[in-house]
Design a protein around this ligand. Structure first.
Ligand code: ATP
Ligand code: MG
Length: 214
């Protein structure tokens, strides 16, 4: 008689963002959370339409932001540690329209019902969780991982998810880099070297983005 083989549960981090552009702050957060929690995978989920930023500035085309994240993840051939790095997810582009984490979580869950899912956010995003779409449902369903973020965007104290959310904080090296800072520097003609991987800088130049007022 064949024995039923139960597959081990995979644990997967969902790290959503506008990634306009991605930078070392994002990559370090993804990598440290993966390592700290022993996750099998971290997905960088590119928002199709980051509705909470509507009207505040021009957002780069979603396809270009996916290409920027792919550029950020280009391997440089380093083999250690052997664990896989983050991967890019197009799920919110495929869904179209405004991007809601509750929909993304449910889409991923349908595809892999046995996996354990974690929503990764920086301290600034954690503080705003109650304003997310269908926050009540998300509050019930999501395990949130909050990483510290220093400077004007966040705080060194990561323990600030609002009341009622199941969350855990994961300490990461404090990285005071933001996409806003990178866009501002490009507009002013200042260097962004070492704030984001070189292939991202090359693609920013090729696309000619961030040169004008937002
Ligand atoms: P912008 O300045 O355009 O808002 P950003 O740098 O905040 O860009 P987002 O794409 O808005 O990047 O952020 C996606 C997620 O990454 C959020 O949860 C945010 O808190 C987190 N994050 C961004 N930068 C850092 C950082 N330097 N350290 C820790 N978390 C970060
Ligand atoms: Mg932000």
């Amino acid at each position: 008689m064949r024995r039923a083989v139960s597959k081990p549960t995979r644990s997967i981090g969902i790290f959503g963002g506008t990634f306009d552009p991605p930078h070392f702050g994002h990559l370090i957060a993804a990598e440290h959370v993966r390592q700290h929690l022993g996750l099998d995978e971290v997905r960088l989920v590119v928002a199709n339409d980051p509705w909470q930023k509507d009207g505040l500035r021009t957002i780069t085309r979603a396809e270009d932001r996916v290409a920027l994240v792919e550029a950020a993840l280009l391997s440089n051939g380093v083999k250690t540690p052997p664990a896989p790095g983050p991967v890019v997810s197009r799920v919110e582009l495929d869904a179209g329209g405004p991007s809601f984490t509750i929909d993304t979580l449910q889409t991923f869950r349908r595809a892999e019902p046995t996996a354990e899912w974690f929503i990764i956010v920086g301290a600034d995003a954690a503080a705003g969780l109650d304003s997310w779409h269908r926050a009540d449902e998300l509050r019930q369903q999501a395990k949130v991982i909050v990483v510290n973020r220093p400077g004007p965007h966040g705080t060194d104290d990561p323990g600030i998810a609002p009341k009622g959310w199941q969350y855990e904080t994961v300490p990461i090296p404090a990285i005071e880099i933001s996409s806003t800072g990178i866009r501002d520097r490009v507009r002013l003609g200042h260097s962004v070297r070492f704030l984001t991987p070189d292939p991202v800088i090359a693609l920013i130049e090729q696309l000619g983005i961030y040169r004008q007022e937002p």
